[in-house]
Design a protein around this ligand. Structure first.
Ligand SMILES: *Cc1c(COP(=O)(O)O)cnc(C)c1O
Length: 394
């Protein structure tokens, strides 16, 4: 039985009639840049996310860049972000001329380690970019408290967490702003590139809107040096078709994750990670339960609504790559997010302190993690097949 890592055709096929109608509407309107579709999409996103403003942009990467630009972050400024993340988080910091400073991650929830975050603050630090990795939010109460104490801005990289929430607040609604991606593999997957910046600050939203359009306002008057960071009207129109279904996509992913956890937990040597070492306020279990385990399963903290963009295991005893081979051999899609932390990337090797930097948890995770198919349309038989293949391997 073949199990793809992701199958977009089923999800998009189910709304094909509406997608075609949305396309025809835009075609006939002749309004391809900004306009009503974009404005309505932004309003619907803001409503869904519980924020005052949402600004559609060209990608999740551009969302980060434009957020940094709007904050006036540039040369001489430091921005702290996890090293265990997708490149765009750190790359955007460099793109605006600032310096990314890498902090370690939590081995349980994969998000920023708050103790290490604090240790990385210097007088040059201007902002923190927590990443809500794999669909579970980073510990925002703690992060906001640190940010307040040191007067730092917080940009939530919510590219993988559109719709996730923590203690009743959605990702992207807590920091100064949040950035989203509509890359097709994300929970709200688009039809090409697209992104969004969320904020509750009206002036900041206005600045973002000007910056995405060459800093122009009114027409041909440029008060800022912006760029072309606009989302396409067509993209907005198509995403408007999918947004009402997002909650059900996320619920199906969560059900798949729960089924993996239920079935995998029965296997000898498979444990659920239960110790938080990121500063997350859950009870510390003393010794880490992963000791002696063959496989550690991901957990959702009880105060988090995890949307499972990825279901990511830790494979112990240096057997991760072997498991990957076994899965691929069995025609089961899987991927390593991420095999190489940012502080080991060639393009960042010249940054101050990076050559000597040690981030033990992040480095360990890079060698242990593997993500399994968890997309909404995955069937029960497919999950059983993946679990059986893993059981045979172990
Ligand atoms: C996908 C992703 C981005 C970038 O989004 P794009 O739309 O592909 O530019 C940024 N940060 C994280 C954590 C991501 O997963």
């Amino acid at each position: 039985m073949k199990v793809p890592l992701l199958d977009l055709s089923a999800q998009n096929g189910a709304v094909e009639i509406e997608l075609r109608a949305a396309f025809v509407d835009v075609l006939q309107s002749g309004q391809f840049i900004l306009g009503a579709e974009v404005a309505e999409f932004e309003e619907e996103c803001a409503e869904f996310l519980g924020v005052d403003h949402a600004v559609g942009v060209s990608s999740g990467t551009d969302a980060l860049i434009i957020a940094l630009m709007a904050l006036g972050i540039g040369p001489g400024d430091e921005v702290i972000c996890p090293s265990f993340t997708f490149f765009a988080t750190a790359g955007s910091v460099s793109r605006v001329g600032a310096t990314p400073v890498f902090a370690d991650s939590c081995g349980t929830c994969f998000n920023l380690d708050l103790d290490d975050l604090k240790a990385k603050i210097t007088p040059k630090t201007k902002a923190i970019i927590p990443v809500h990795l794999f669909g579970q939010m980073a510990e925002m109460d703690g992060i906001m408290a640190i940010a307040e104490e040191h007067e730092l801005e917080v940009i939530e990289d919510a590219a993988q967490a559109f719709g996730a929430s923590q203690r009743g607040k959605k990702a992207g609604s807590i920091g100064k702003c949040g950035t989203m991606s509509f890359f097709p593999t994300k929970n709200l997957g688009g039809f090409g590139d697209g992104g969004l910046v969320t904020t509750n600050d009206g002036d900041f939203a206005a600045r973002l809107k000007d910056l995405r359009n060459h800093g122009m306002n009114p027409k041909y008057h440029h008060h800022l040096i912006g760029g072309n960071f606009r989302i396409d009207a067509l993209q907005a129109a198509l995403l408007r078709v999918k947004l009402p279904h997002l909650e059900s996509y996320c619920q199906l992913r969560a059900a798949n994750a729960a089924e993996y956890t239920r079935l995998l937990s029965r296997i000898d040597g498979v444990v659920k990670a239960d110790q938080a070492d990121c500063g997350c306020p859950i009870e510390r279990a003393g010794t880490c339960s992963s000791e002696g385990a063959k496989l550690v399963l991901p957990v959702a903290y009880d105060y988090n609504d995890h949307i499972w963009n990825q279901y990511t295991l830790r494979v112990m005893d240096g057997r991760r790559d072997e498991l990957r081979e076994a899965l691929l051999e069995a025609e089961i899609g899987c991927e390593i997010y991420y095999p190489r932390p940012m502080h080991w990337q060639e393009c960042f090797s010249e940054l101050p302190g990076v050559a000597e930097l040690k981030l033990p948890v992040c480095e360990q995770l890079a060698g242990e993690v593997i993500s399994l198919p968890v997309f909404p349309e995955l069937t029960g038989e497919q999950i059983e097949h993946v679990v059986e293949t893993i059981a045979d391997f172990l």
